[in-house]
Design a binder for this molecule. Structure first.
Ligand code: GLV
Ligand code: MG
Length: 319
């Protein structure tokens, strides 16, 4: 699924150990849910979490949410059992497996092959289950291009800021916080690096969690930084963050209307009737083919988010 595929503006983390939260998440307006067997679940609770997740996927009503399960990373002994139990048990009701702390392409290829084996065994379409790759350490970031290219199943590249900051010894305890001693945004390089790899392979780029769940203004401020770069969405850890994410990662109504206007106007002006013009003034703005491409991005995000336009293009009266 490409960068303009199913919306993933808000990706809700749901601990697989909590039957209550697995139930509640189904009714929340997040674009995606990821049911977690990794860091939100204690080691002793992981076997139970796998079972809870299979039951919730098969019996729950998830609407048109993207349904993802986050398994444990490949340095642990749990990963293969997570994948086998969840996909054998609920593969028909699952869109993707999220692999955290990915370090290289081989880890993604391992998951791809295991998924293929399970799909063949249980009679699911081969290649139907996607992969979400979470970048959470220096090795993952350095290898992000190869990770993005490792399998046609990869749909998203996700930034995992908490683990990432720990792995590179970044001196902050608040995810997303700018560091007073350092004048630039320390996340900028990481986000851009992930974004380039994602776009090169037509994948979605997803920003990770903001842990101060009661501080919705703080969440919004941090989300706006990755949204401005072009990220498609962000994790949400609490229902209170969902509306903010859905808003920040959708175009504003004015930008959406303007993008649709440019598309209509450019189609008209480049046509025989409009004078076969390749560069033209639209109000005070010069538009050309590159404007159409920029407008397509904004219009695509708006359409995927179900927005409707509030204005239309009227061709000039040539008298
Ligand atoms: C998410 O998994 C993170 O480490 O930020
Ligand atoms: Mg993490």
């Amino acid at each position: 699924m490409g960068a303009l595929g199913r919306p993933r503006r808000s990706c809700l983390a749901v601990p697989g150990s909590s039957v209550k939260m697995l139930g509640k998440a189904q009714g929340l307006p997040a674009d995606q849910v990821f049911l977690d067997i990794e860091d939100a679940v204690a080691p002793l609770a992981k076997p139970e979490a796998r079972k809870n997740i299979v039951a919730a996927l098969n019996d729950g009503g998830w609407g048109d949410k993207v349904r993802v399960v986050r398994v444990n990373d490949l340095t642990t002994p749990w990963t293969y059992r997570d994948v086998i139990e969840v996909v054998e048990g609920a593969g028909a009701n699952l869109d993707a497996i999220m692999l955290p702390k990915v370090q290289n392409a081989a880890q993604v290829q391992w998951l791809d092959m295991l998924l293929t084996q399970i799909e063949k065994t249980v009679g699911l379409p081969v290649g139907g289950i996607g992969i979400e790759a979470q970048i959470e350490n220096a090795a993952g970031l350095v290898n992000v291009d190869a990770i993005a290219a490792a399998s046609p199943r990869v749909e998203t590249i996700i930034f995992g800021p908490a683990d990432f900051m720990a792995s590179i010894n970044m001196k902050s305890l608040v995810v997303g916080q700018l560091i007073p001693e350092y004048p630039a945004d320390p996340y900028h390089y990481i986000l851009m690096r992930i974004l380039m790899a994602a776009r090169m392979h037509d994948l979605q780029a997803i920003d990770g969690p903001f842990l101060q769940i009661r501080d919705v203004d703080g969440f919004t401020e941090v989300a706006k930084r990755s949204a401005a770069l072009g990220f498609d969405g962000k994790w949400v850890l609490h229902p209170g963050q969902i509306d903010a994410a859905n808003e920040v990662y959708s175009p504003s109504q004015a930008d959406y209307d303007h993008a649709e206007l440019i598309l209509d106007a450019y189609e008209y002006y480049t046509s025989e009737k409009g004078g076969k013009l390749g560069a033209v003034m639209l109000g005070d703005e010069m538009i050309d083919e590159a404007s159409r491409k920029m407008a397509l991005v904004v219009a695509g995000k708006g359409r995927a988010a179900g927005m409707s336009r509030t204005s239309s293009f009227t061709p000039p009266d040539k008298g």
